[in-house]
Design a protein around this ligand. Structure first.
Ligand code: SF4
Ligand code: SF4
Length: 75
């Protein structure tokens, strides 16, 4: 189907409020993900199977950055 540029999706897009750690993120299992377990604000969420950082909850404490085994997060 061809996009009609109606922009209805813009108002509902979840990605506006979130950051994806990086292309290197392995999307660790949510129950195991060190970043997700470490975040004191529950700002790291799983969206469509991908690990994301909810900017509305993140206070930039950088705790997730220090525990990612492959340094996929840069706050
Ligand atoms: S710990 Fe690192 S690799 Fe694992 S989900 Fe978090 S950001 Fe991705
Ligand atoms: S910087 Fe802190 S608050 Fe933001 S996602 Fe990482 S651990 Fe959570």
């Amino acid at each position: 189907m061809k996009c009609l540029n109606c922009k209805i999706c813009e108002d509902n897009c979840q990605l506006e409020k979130v950051d994806i750690p990086s292309l290197f993120c392995m999307n660790c299992q949510p129950s195991e993900a060190p970043c997700l377990k470490e975040c004191p604000n529950n700002a790291i969420e799983v969206l469509g199977g991908a690990i994301t950082i909810n900017q509305e909850k993140c206070d930039k404490c950088k705790k997730c950055e220090s525990v990612c085994p492959i340094s996929a997060i840069k706050i």
